[in-house]
Design a protein around this ligand. Structure first.
Ligand SMILES: [Zn+2]
Length: 343
């Protein structure tokens, strides 16, 4: 297999840096890439993390898998990118400092654009477009906690296309007890989602962990992230074995409510619990003055829905969502449903 300037022979694991663009002063933004070329033919799975530089649970899980994955018992190929946004990782920032952009939202990129656009162009064409399935790990960063698998809503829910059918199955096979689909363009950006889909790639995003609880809640999330990678390999029939999950069911939500931060900055205090049903126009949370405790603003819920585990702590930052709620689309029995996909 070949990815840009990198290659691996069947049965081989190699590591190298995909040549990326250079900043105007010559700083390199090469991308660290593990290639696992299976001994037998099969599909290609891309696992990537830290396109947002502070979201590192997936990084740890990918590094765990990289230590254990044996290319001799693999059908197909795995491309593993533990840290896509190295500048953001270094600076503990979400985006790419040089142009202030979110790399994820630049796909399919532009060869003569800004640094993020150039990086997206190289990465999209050399890595993403070569893959059949792309797991793009995210987390709450430093200020939020998340726990669900998210994917883009079908174009025509009554008549999903083959990529959408596979996306549903793999989002569930990953093995969390909650998954949710979002209106197009909410998180990855519409152009990015369209480009990935046009390339024939099945794309989903585990949102796992975050906030200040790396050691309090992080270990479980890292374990589940790693288990999700193995489960995906099994569902893609790239390795043998049964799916491993804690429970028997995965609830798929139509994540129809995304509450963005109110105009006021301050302490955000969530008033509702994960899993709680909230009526339309109920108060979901408040913004408090961090010094006087005065309530500056209420954040009202916009539709009858259940709180999906996703919560901003403090302070409220940028365009980050502070609440995600959904209505149950369906509950999938993990033991009785065939979640395998064929490429
Ligand atoms: Zn993210």
């Amino acid at each position: 297999m070949r990815v840009g300037n990198l290659s691996a022979q069947p049965g081989e694991h190699t590591f190298g840096y995909l040549t990326g663009p250079r900043s105007r002063s010559g700083i390199t933004v090469d991308v660290p890439v593990h290639l696992f070329a299976g001994s037998e033919p099969g599909p290609t799975l891309l696992i990537e993390a830290a396109v947002h530089g502070t979201e590192l649970y997936g990084t740890t899980a990918i590094l765990d898998v990289v230590q254990k994955l044996d290319p001799h018992s693999l059908r197909g190929n795995v491309i593993a990118v533990p840290v896509l946004n190295r500048v953001g990782f270094d600076l503990q920032e979400r985006g790419l400092k040089m142009d202030g952009k979110d790399i994820l939202k630049q796909f399919p990129g532009r060869p003569n654009g800004t640094l993020s656009e150039q990086l997206a162009h190289i990465y999209f064409h050399e890595v993403v477009a070569q893959s059949n399935v792309m797991i793009d790990f995210h987390a709450g960063g430093r200020t939020a906690y998340e726990r669900y698998v998210c994917f883009t809503a079908d174009r025509d829910p009554a008549n999903p296309n083959p990529i959408e059918v596979k996306r549903h199955k793999l989002s569930v096979a990953f093995g969390l007890d909650a998954a949710g689909y979002f209106p197009r363009g909410i998180f990855a950006g519409g152009e990015t989602e369209d480009a990935i889909e046009a390339a024939g790639v099945v794309h989903f995003t585990p949102e796992l962990g975050g906030g200040t609880g790396w050691y309090a809640n992080g270990m479980e999330n890292i374990r589940d992230a790693e288990r999700g990678i193995w489960n995906t390999l099994k569902a893609m029939q790239m390795i043998d074995g049964a799916l491993e999950t804690d429970g028997d069911h995965c609830t798929i939500y139509n994540a129809c409510v995304v509450l963005w931060k109110p105009a006021h900055d301050g302490l955000f205090v969530r008033k509702k619990e994960f899993g709680e049903f909230v009526e339309k126009d109920e108060i979901y949370g408040t913004i408090q003055d961090p010094y006087t405790g005065q309530e500056l603003a209420h954040l009202y819920n916009t539709a009858d829905a259940i709180v999906i585990p996703s919560g901003q702590n403090w302070p409220t930052v940028g365009s980050t969502s502070v609440g995600i709620l959904g209505v149950v689309d369906r509950v999938v029995n993990l033991r009785e449903t065939d979640l395998t996909v064929t490429f």
